[in-house]
Design a protein around this ligand. Structure first.
Ligand code: NAI
Length: 302
């Protein structure tokens, strides 16, 4: 090691350069936050158009941040935006983008095979010290990691939408994730200005494991005729102090996403009544009424 450093003093990889694969809703949000907190970011997606849109989206979001943060100093705000954007580069080649990166964070489509293929490729391309993490909401981290030979350097970093606003990061350790890797991922989350919690690699981690059955239970309560959607939403906002009611939240998250998660879990645990089907949800998804993204879901067009 270097003079003056005992090797135990530099146990954790300090994450400075991050490669983010997937420039969609989540990847672009994570890239924005990482670049805003002094990290350099290589953002990867399948084509240039998506990447351009992602960078435009980051710029637009930064403008909104700056309007509040630098309300009386618009020039300092513009300078901040330029500095953050300079920290972001884009690429359509995941393998070469991973070069020189301390962490590769994946936020691509929620499909196990596609994620495994990506990480198989990255495992060969990335330097040996590079940590890997997935932002998956519903797939076991261990299953994704199994496509690599760096099981000790693989964990989960689960962010929440919208990433610049939501303070929580779930840090997920598998049985093979090393303590050093886990600590590095925790410290990275803190460096982003987020609050990390430690999770095991179990379906839904903490938040979704509680939230998704709750959302479905709200739908079932309504299906039994025991409350209108509006009343259930008002009840949970004013009675439980939730910022959104379950039907509003489901429309925001996307009904297809909720169905996808519950379908996956019910395969893993077929006898768990919390993971049961809802006819009403299935009907809306079949009709393409997916919530905010299609303009109609549990609630009609506004
Ligand atoms: P999205 O559909 O907005 O973005 C996914 C992006 O990945 C797309 O731009 C797509 O072109 C790109 N992509 C797909 N395959 C690729 C590949 N092989 N290489 C490079 N890029 C590829 O999806 P979103 O919502 O950002 O979700 C991404 C991940 O984050 C999923 O695993 C999801 O489960 C997870 N997640 C989503 C949350 C949400 O609220 N939307 C919350 C937390 C996690």
């Amino acid at each position: 090691g270097k003079k003056g450093f005992s090797s135990s003093a530099v146990r954790n990889v300090v994450i400075k350069h991050v490669t983010i694969i997937g420039g969609g809703q989540m990847g672009a949000g994570i890239a924005q936050v990482a670049a805003s907190t002094g990290h350099t970011v290589a953002l990867v997606d399948t084509n240039e158009d998506i990447l351009k849109k992602a960078v435009k989206g980051i710029e637009g979001s930064l403008k909104r941040v700056v309007k509040k943060k630098f309300a009386d100093k618009p020039e300092a705000g513009e300078e901040f935006i330029q500095k953050v954007l300079q920290n972001v580069s884009t690429s359509t080649d995941a393998g070469s983008a991973a070069q020189g990166s301390d962490l590769v964070l994946e936020a691509i489509v929620e499909n196990l095979k596609i994620k495994q293929d990506l990480f198989g490729l990255l495992d060969k391309a990335a330097p040996a010290h590079t940590l890997f993490a997935s932002n998956t909401s519903s797939l076991p981290i261990s299953d994704i990691a199994s496509a690599t030979k760096r099981l000790d350097k693989f964990g989960g970093l689960h962010f929440f939408n919208p990433v610049p606003v939501m303070k929580l990061v779930e840090v997920i350790g598998t049985p093979t994730t090393s303590q050093e890797t886990f600590d590095s991922l925790l410290n990275f989350s803190k460096a982003l200005g987020k609050t990390p919690v430690s999770c095991k690699d179990t379906p839904g981690f903490i938040v979704n494991r509680l939230l998704v059955p709750y959302l479905l239970e709200a739908v079932r309560l309504h299906e039994r005729g025991h409350g209108s959607k509006e009343d259930i939403d008002i009840a949970m906002k004013l009675g439980a102090g939730y910022p959104m009611g379950p039907f509003e939240l489901a429309d925001y998250v996307g009904l297809d996403t909720i169905k996808f998660i519950i379908d996956g879990w019910s395969v893993m645990e077929p006898d768990n009544p919390l993971f049961g089907q809802s006819e009403y949800l299935n009907k809306l998804v079949a009709e393409g009424k997916l919530g905010k993204k299609t303009g109609e879901g549990f609630y009609g067009k506004k």
